[in-house]
Design a protein around this ligand. Structure first.
Ligand SMILES: N[C@@H](CCC(=O)N[C@@H](CS)C(=O)NCC(=O)O)C(=O)O
Length: 207
């Protein structure tokens, strides 16, 4: 059984669980991190030197970084399929959006999350506004322009790119609502929110 170490409410664990659901792949998730701790032990640090979640353990293979875990699962268990890319070019097109999610979209969205969820009343509204402006610029200026008129980011079928970006859109809408979203981005979020894996693993009542 493939083990996924990480608490179910971590956004990065949720991405992996949704991705596995799209690939119809069973993972045995175990509670690690947050209130469950266990990420500071020497054994865990050997598996994941960052002491963060998620960590995937598949026999002798141990992987950290959520998007890399998703890429690994797609390559190992759904090779040549639409979800992770049928060939080098389609895998790279999916990968570029996964990197964009983690490296470009997530940082300002994470700031909004920390300000609103962690600081609550003590949040700095100017920081929230500046980060919201940055995220809106990315969603309107990059994502909305790249989305086809219908379907998902890279065509008719859901790919790992949609899962990674969809998890971020869930966080955005949970924190800020959908009023400011570009129409196409809002429809895309709506379509992704109908996926069973999204309903089970992402929309769990937390941003
Ligand atoms: N880039 C990493 C980030 C991992 C990360 O920041 N994980 C958070 C949860 S979303 C974490 O481990 N927080 C501490 C904890 O849960 O104990 C990834 O995508 O896997």
């Amino acid at each position: 059984m493939i083990r996924l170490l990480g608490r179910a409410d971590s956004s990065n664990v949720r991405k992996v669980l949704w991705a596995a659901a799209e690939m119809e792949l069973a993972l045995a998730r175990e509670d690690y991190g947050g209130p469950f701790g266990k990420t500071d032990t020497p054994d865990y640090r050997t598996m994941n030197p960052n002491g963060l979640v998620p960590t995937l353990v598949d026999g002798d293979v141990t992987i950290w970084e959520s998007n890399t875990i998703i890429r690994y699962l797609a390559a190992a268990y759904a090779p040549g399929k639409n979800f992770g890319g049928r060939d080098a070019a389609s895998a790279a097109r999916i990968g570029q959006w996964m990197d964009w999610q983690l490296g470009t979209l997530n940082p300002p969205l994470h700031t909004i999350f920390l300000q609103i969820v962690r600081l609550g009343d003590k949040r700095d509204e100017k920081v929230v506004q500046a980060s919201t402006d940055s995220v809106n610029k990315l969603l309107d200026g990059v994502l909305a322009k790249a989305l086809p008129r219908e379907g998902f980011l890279l065509g008719a079928g859901v790919t790992a790119a949609d899962v990674c970006i969809g998890a971020m859109l869930h966080r955005y809408v949970s924190l800020l609502g959908s009023d400011a979203l570009d129409q196409r981005v809002a429809a895309y979020h709506q379509a992704l929110s109908q996926r069973p894996g999204f309903k089970t693993h992402v929309a769990i009542g937390k941003p």
